[in-house]
Design a protein around this ligand. Structure first.
Ligand code: ZN
Length: 43
């Protein structure tokens, strides 16, 4: 009881610690930066 759950705003996965959440978030960041890079290389 009373566990703090951190919910990912990108995919709604839930984590008990900030560390787990941060590790998970890096996978979203990778995709985010990849999209930016793809857009920049188009022009
Ligand atoms: Zn996520």
């Amino acid at each position: 009881m009373g566990k703090k759950i951190i919910k990912c705003s990108q995919c709604e996965m839930e984590f008990e610690t900030g560390f787990d959440y941060r590790m998970h978030w890096e996978s979203h960041l990778d995709e985010y930066y990849k999209q930016i890079r793809d857009k920049e290389s188009e022009t």
